[in-house]
Design a protein around this ligand. Structure first.
Ligand code: NAD
Ligand code: IPM
Ligand code: MN
Length: 356
């Protein structure tokens, strides 16, 4: 049976990086005979320009019916002033909600080859291996919103942060399960000294952890976690946190690995999963052909491992990426004197050449 991969390039560098990942998947498919088929759909500003909506029904329905979704990125200055419900970002939020993707896994590892690319000292980042488990379809992103209300002569807007016990339970469960396959430690990150939602989060996390005596759970306030990630990232194994904190901490953690352009993610939930790099559409470099495609290529590896049970093929892509970086190939975001500077196509070629 062919495996149907729905590819949603989106905006900005989205097409450049998904094209690269599809090339890699095609080569892997030839080698392993997985029988992949690809179909391409619009989303984001590109879809808004064509159809007047950021997430056409066709795209959402195709994603729901797919074996897996590979997503690029959406957004850009061009659409900064469109109505809030029609912004490009609504496409990815709608896909996450529509597919029930409650867990976003964002692994961050510091490869020895890239140790000098982090702005942090090598002795601090060496050996970093963190999995951020971000809740993805709840919290302040999806709570009641008011864009603008006039009240007592002034304008007010609000976004409501809310979480229920089952929403926290399922994401913490997933983090515990992940920790069992890793170093056995989970840090639950919240702001329970101030926020009611965080107090519920902390209590619920502690309760779930009682079922996992082999896993060591600790709790940390998000402000301290932001600092600890920069001071001692190696103290973390799995971090589990809410939607907004997870968004912010994962961009911060990305620099531990050298560049946000390297970071993949897997969003999993009820049925079909979605894979995307953690970065955005990078409008500042879009169209120049210089974006780092590795975050998307590594997301394709996660797709093979989690959605298609093709772990040998996934390992193969990850080894090819490592070898390419060890050989000194670098896109501009990681470039330094002495390395081999390549553009998006050059990096993709180098990875393809390492899949024998
Ligand atoms: P961004 O991640 O797009 O870019 C931040 C910086 O990182 C930029 O300097 C960019 O050039 C660089 N960068 C990002 N990816 C790179 C890559 N693959 N190779 C080399 N450099 C890379 O974040 P931003 O500038 O805050 O947001 C731009 C747009 O993307 C916004 O519209 C935002 O809403 C959107 N966004 C979308 C997603 C998504 O679709 N999942 C994620 C984040 C941001
Ligand atoms: C991400 C992005 C998205 C988010 C935006 C584009 C809605 O920043 O995937 O990290 O905030 O989740
Ligand atoms: Mn983000």
């Amino acid at each position: 049976m062919p495996k149907n991969i729905v590819v949603i390039p989106g905006d900005g560098i989205g097409k450049e990086i998904t094209d690269a990942a599809v090339d890699v998947l095609k080569k892997i498919d030839k080698k392993y005979g997985i029988d992949l088929t690809f179909s391409f759909y619009d989303a984001g500003g590109t879809a808004y320009d064509k159809f007047g909506v950021p997430l056409p029904d066709d795209t959402l329905n195709a994603a729901k019916a797919a074996d897996a979704v590979l997503f690029g990125a959406v957004g850009g200055d061009k659409w900064d002033n469109v109505e809030p419900q029609l912004r490009p970002e609504r496409a990815i939020l709608g896909l996450r909600k529509g597919l029930g993707l409650y867990a976003n896994l964002r692994p961050v590892q510091t490869m020895d080859e890239l140790i000098d690319y982090s702005p942090l000292r090598p002795d601090i980042v060496r050996g970093t291996d963190v999995l951020i488990v971000r809740e993805l379809i709840g919290g302040i992103y999806f709570g009641d919103k008011c864009e603008r209300e006039e009240y007592n002569g002034t304008i007010r807007a609000w976004d409501l942060e809310n979480y229920s016990i089952p929403e926290v339970e399922r994401i913490v469960e997933l983090a515990m399960q992940a920790a069992l396959k890793r170093k056995g430690s989970v840090t639950s990150v919240d702001k329970s000294n101030v926020l009611a939602t965080s107090r519920l989060w902390r209590k619920t996390a502690a309760k779930v952890a009682e079922k996992y005596p082999e896993v060591k759970l600790d709790h940390m306030y998000v402000d301290n976690c932001a600092m600890q990630l920069a001071i001692k990232p190696t103290r973390f194994d799995v971090i589990v946190t809410g939607n907004l904190f997870g968004d912010i901490l994962s961009d911060e953690a990305a620099v531990l690995g050298g560049s946000i352009g390297l970071m993949p993610s897997a969003s999993i939930g009820e049925k079909t999963s979605l894979y995307e790099p953690i970065h955005g559409s990078a409008p500042d470099i879009a169209g120049k052909g210089i974006a780092n495609p590795l975050g998307t290529i590594l997301s394709a590896a996660l797709l093979l491992r989690y959605s298609l049970d093709a772990s040998a093929a996934a390992d193969d892509i990850e080894s090819a990426v490592k070898k390419t970086l060890s050989d000194g190939y670098r896109t501009a975001d990681l470039f330094s004197a002495g390395s081999k500077k390549v553009d998006t196509a050059g990096m993709t070629e180098a990875v393809l050449a390492n899949i024998k």
